[in-house]
Design a protein around this ligand. Structure first.
Ligand code: PGA
Length: 251
């Protein structure tokens, strides 16, 4: 059985103090949950204070991006080892905002995925189609291309250490959510694809999260679907009440 994962992607929100406050509140409210993995992904500048705030709880820390090299002359970048030693267990890779605003490609996503795994971080690999691609019936083609790109050169043993987030770009931050069955259909497609690329056993181990306007009033219906194994939550993760409700809807 896959334990659901609810990950909060705080994007470029929360100063260090604000992040500490939010994480401390979530620790008080959620620290005893065992049936769901809660992951907080604050900006780099707040990783240390969030780590401190969640100490002694089951809440896990994640970053929103990383470079693939161990170290080097890469001004402005953060390495996997830096994330690992600050206490991260997860790292979001290839978010659509990074693909569209910062020109990430399948190839750089693949480099990051391989590096994260090599350093012992769990990559949360984001895939998903844009509105015009869905309207042109290209959803499966785009998702397949993202998955094949991200997983290039990986063996099944490594692939099963990853988490995938299906995030239709048209649903991110727009208030438009894929219906539970629309989302589950793509999740099933992804699982079958993984099964054909690796094995059924491997595909069955990978958590596939849904992301895109997940809110307290739609999370339960989404999470009840057979192949939706959690959520990657943006806007609604910035508020303790709404994030707590989403986490509880996964229990
Ligand atoms: P949203 O963002 O929940 O605000 O739509 C999700 C994401 O981008 O991961």
């Amino acid at each position: 059985m896959r334990t659901p994962i609810i990950a909060g992607n705080w994007k470029m929100y929360k100063t260090q103090n604000e992040a500490f406050q939010l994480a401390s509140t979530l620790k008080q409210r959620l620290s005893n949950l065992n049936s769901v993995k809660v992951v907080l992904c604050p900006p780099f500048t707040a990783l240390a204070s969030v780590k401190e705030a969640i100490l002694g709880s089951n809440i896990l820390l994640g970053a929103q991006n990383m470079h693939w090299e161990k170290e080097g002359a890469y001004t402005g970048e953060v390495s996997p080892e830096m994330l690992l030693t600050i206490g991260c267990k997860y790292v979001i890779i290839g978010h659509s905002e990074r693909r569209s605003y910062f020109f990430e490609t399948n190839q750089t996503v693949n480099l990051r995925v391989k590096s994260a795994l090599k350093f012992g971080l769990i990559p949360i690999i984001c895939v998903g189609e844009r509105l015009e691609e869905r309207e042109a019936n290209k959803t499966e083609q785009v998702v397949e291309n993202h998955i094949k790109g991200a997983f290039a050169d990986l063996t099944g043993n490594l692939a099963e250490e990853t988490v995938i987030a299906y995030e239709p770009v048209w649903a991110i931050g727009t208030g438009k959510t894929a219906t539970p069955s629309q989302a589950n259909e793509v999740h099933l497609f992804i699982r079958e694809l993984l099964s054909s690329m690796f094995s059924k056993e491997c595909a069955d181990k990978i958590n596939i999260l849904y992301g895109g306007s997940v809110k307290p009033d739609n999370s339960k219906q989404l999470l009840d679907m057979s192949d939706i194994d959690g959520a990657l939550v943006g806007g609604a993760s910035l508020d303790a009440d709404s994030f707590e409700k989403i986490v509880r809807s996964a229990t």
